[in-house]
Ligand binder design. Structure first.
Ligand code: NAP
Length: 286
C-alpha cells in the first residue's frame, strides 16, 4: 500500500493552528485525484529561513505564507511574479525544480471577490482602513482596475507611503491620511466602497469597529478582510444601516484557489473549497 504522498504542500506562519487552508486544499487535491498532502508549519521568525531551505530536501512543492512572514520570506526565494514584486509581499511559493518563485494571490483573490460580487472599481471611490500586507494587495487590485483610493492608517507615514506607491500608477487619484475622526468622516462622505484591512473586529479586538455607525449609509458597500467572525461589528453596523456587506471568506478561498492553480496547473474546485472552509470554521467554533 502506498503511504507517502507524491508531494507536500503547506502553510507557514505563526500561529497557524486554526487555519482553514489544510481543509480546503486537501479536499481540492482529493477532488482532483492528486496524491498530495497540505500541512500547517508553525514557524517563528527565527525559524523561517530553515523551513524555506528545507523545501527542496523535503520535496515540499509549494507553500502558503501568512503572518508574520509575508515580507521577510522574500529574502529567501529566488524570483517574484510582478504582482508580488509591486506589493512587496508573498503569500504563495512554488518550488520549480529547486528554484523558489513567490506570488501574491491575496491580490488576485481580491480581484476575484470584486468580479464575483459585480463590483467594477473603475471610477469608484475606495477607502481602505490599514496599510499593512493585505492593504497593499487590495490597493494594487483597486488601482489596477481604475478605482480611486484613500488609505487611512493610524500611522500617517504608512498611509502616505502606500498611497504614494499606488499614485505612481494612478496619478492624482490616491491619497494617504492619518486615521482620525475628521479624516474618516471626510473620506467616507466621498466613498463608494470601504475595505477594512486591519485586525479590528477579530481576536481580542472582536466586537470593535473603527467606523462609528452614523457614518455608514445604504449606498455603501462595506468589505471586511476578516472572515472569523463571519460578521464583524463593522459588518453588523453596516448591515443595520442598509449597506451591502461582504466578509473576507471569499477572498481567502479565492486566494487559496489561485495558489492551488499555480501549484497544480489545474482548475481549482472553488465551490468545494468554499464549503470545506465554512465547515472548518464551524469546527473551530466548537
Ligand atoms: P498587517 O500587515 O499586520 O496590517 C495590519 C494593519 O492594521 C496595519 O496598518 C496596522 O497598523 C493596522 N492596525 C492594527 N491594529 C489596529 C488598530 N487597533 N487600530 C487601527 N489600525 C490597526 O496585517 P494584514 O496581513 O494586512 O491583515 C489584516 C487583516 O486582514 C487581518 O484581520 C487578517 O486576518 C485579514 N486578512 C484576510 C485575508 C483574506 O484572505 N480574507 C488575507 C489577508 C489578511 P500599524 O502598522 O500601525 O500596526
Amino acid at each position: 500500500m502506498k503511504t507517502i504522498p507524491d508531494a507536500l504542500f503547506g502553510l507557514i506562519g505563526f500561529p497557524v493552528s486554526h487555519s482553514v487552508s489544510p481543509a480546503m486544499q486537501n479536499a481540492a487535491f482529493k477532488h482532483c485525484k492528486l496524491d498530495y498532502l497540505y500541512l500547517t508549519i508553525a514557524a517563528k521568525p527565527e525559524e523561517l529561513q530553515n523551513v524555506i531551505a528545507s523545501m527542496g530536501p523535503l520535496n515540499i512543492r509549494g507553500l502558503n505564507v501568512t503572518i508574520p512572514h509575508k515580507i521577510e520570506v522574500i529574502k529567501y526565494i529566488d524570483s517574484l511574479d510582478p504582482a508580488a514584486e509591486k506589493i512587496g509581499a508573498v503569500n504563495t511559493i512554488v518550488n520549480e525544480n529547486g528554484r523558489l518563485k513567490g506570488y501574491n494571490t491575496d491580490f488576485g483573490g481580491f480581484v476575484r471577490l470584486l468580479e464575483h460580487n459585480r463590483i467594477a472599481p473603475a471610477q469608484q471611490r475606495f477607502t481602505l482602513l490599514g496599510a499593512g500586507g493585505s492593504a497593499h494587495a487590495i490597493a494594487l487590485a483597486v488601482c489596477n482596475l481604475g478605482g480611486h483610493l484613500t488609505v487611512l492608517a493610524r500611522q500617517e507615514e504608512k498611509a502616505k507611503d502606500l498611497a504614494g506607491k499606488m499614485c505612481l500608477r494612478l496619478s492624482g487619484k490616491t491619497q494617504g491620511l492619518e486615521l482620525n475622526d475628521t479624516n474618516l468622516e471626510e473620506a467616507l462622505a466621498d466613498t463608494d466602497v470601504i475595505v477594512n484591512c486591519t485586525p479590528v473586529g477579530m481576536g481580542n479586538l472582536a466586537g470593535q469597529s473603527l467606523i462609528p455607525p452614523r457614518l455608514l449609509r445604504p449606498d455603501l458597500t462595506v468589505i471586511d478582510a476578516i472572515y472569523n467572525p463571519c460578521k464583524t461589528r463593522l459588518l453588523e453596523d453596516a448591515e443595520k444601516r442598509g449597506a451591502r456587506i461582504i466578509n473576507g471568506l471569499e477572498m481567502l478561498v479565492w486566494q487559496g484557489a489561485m495558489s492551488f492553480e499555480i501549484w497544480t496547473n489545474q482548475k481549482a474546485p472553488f465551490r468545494l473549497m468554499m464549503k470545506e472552509a465554512e465547515l472548518a470554521l464551524d469546527e473551530n467554533k466548537k
